[in-house]
Design a protein around this ligand. Sequence first.
Ligand SMILES: Nc1ncnc2c1ncn2[C@@H]1O[C@H](COP(=O)(O)OP(=O)(O)OP(=O)(O)O)[C@@H](O)[C@H]1O
Ligand SMILES: [Mg+2]
Length: 218
Amino acid sequence: MHKKQAFIISFEGIEGTGKSTQSRLLSSFLAKQGFKTAFFREPGSSVFGEQIRNILLHGKSKLSALSETLLFIAAREQLRIEKIQPNIAKKDIVIIDRYIDATVAYQGYGSGVDIELINQLNKVVIGKCIPNLTILFDIDPKIGLVRSGRGDRFEKRKISFHQRVRMGYLKIAKENPDRIKIIKVDTDIKTIQNQLRTILNNEFNFKKRKHKKSADKK
Ligand SMILES: Nc1ncnc2c1ncn2[C@@H]1O[C@H](COP(=O)(O)OP(=O)(O)OP(=O)(O)O)[C@@H](O)[C@H]1O
Ligand SMILES: [Mg+2]
């Protein structure tokens, strides 16, 4: 029999684009529809990952771009081993707030780490846990940074850094048109959530899956 594998959705985009807002809204919508969902954030969602998150977002000492990359990769490896992998056979949908593309966009396009190296590391750490769908939220960083306003280590970087990250994300999306769908987020939260549900329904088909689920139970 074919082994069940959860549908993996990742959310990407620069600071303040609404990744956390929209992924949480989607997660509760899907739960209300009766789907078993798991929600994780990167870096984090494992004990080691949350410790790394603290260093990466709030650490005071300087880190080279490569050290930063390796820390993100280490957190991702733990997330995959401890959380994604065990949930993939149990849940219908796994939602991840930032994942593989963030390292390519931030440390690659933003900070100049070799993109091929990042791609290879990503490939090794995620194994088969490749997103079925990635939503890229896009907005001018000047607007995103005002919305976010948390002032962590990444947000404090120059606007030119955030522009490079944004352009990097758009390039990654262009190279992966089947997996990555772009949503412009200069509208209100509800409109974006509806656009997101339409895209997801095209890929995942809520109704069909629900029927299949109830048929499986019989
Ligand atoms: N479409 C929107 N219009 C206006 N404000 C929004 C919109 N979406 C989210 N916000 C607000 O912007 C702020 C940042 O949103 P959120 O934390 O979801 O972004 P994020 O992409 O997760 O940011 P970060 O990368 O910093 O984690 C929140 O205060 C949220 O309420
Ligand atoms: Mg967030």
